[in-house]
Design a protein around this ligand. Sequence first.
Ligand code: URA
Length: 209
Amino acid sequence: MSIVTKLEHPLLQHKLTLLRNKETNSKDFRDLTKEIAMLMAYEVTREFPLEDIEIETPICKTLSKKISGKTVAIVPILRAGLGMVDGVLEIVPAAKVGHIGLYRNEETLQPVEYYLKLPKDIDKRTVIITEPMLATGGSIVAAVDLLKARGVKDIKVMSLVVAEPGAKTVEEAHPDIEIFTVGHDAELNEHGYITPGLGDAGDRLFGTK
Ligand code: URA
């Protein structure tokens, strides 16, 4: 079974079409990315275990459900991953947020860490990595490597669009993680952009082009 789950909810698919459209401006792109991240978080947390808790309603005591011992850390990969953080926080407000900065060494083509700040108890948390574009998969493999090296066991990735070659690379390196996406595109072009994709997510979020 593939580690990639494509979310088919009509609202998500509709909003992704708006994101893909080159006429969508930065403000709308940011708003849509946040809305999509919020809706995706609803699906990503679907399997969280529940336990009974006794509470008292205005009428009587009753057993009701609460999420069982699950604590979450959201870890955006800088910079485009930042665009998805607030959407996840909308519905998982108790989550802590860590940050990973990676750049690509142009000689070795390997991702190199330039910034890392994680919650102290990261090894006890379910980590949701946010990376809007999973292209070659190199930065996700590196991010998962460094999270696992710190004892993290439960890792989920949220991407707006995943390219098939990148998904394969991640699956080979880390078959035990889950990737959630709204778009699953076939390939990358010669410049490393996902095709059809949506362009450079960081530039479109922050208006830098
Ligand atoms: N990063 C992006 O922002 N877009 C792509 O298509 C590939 C990598």
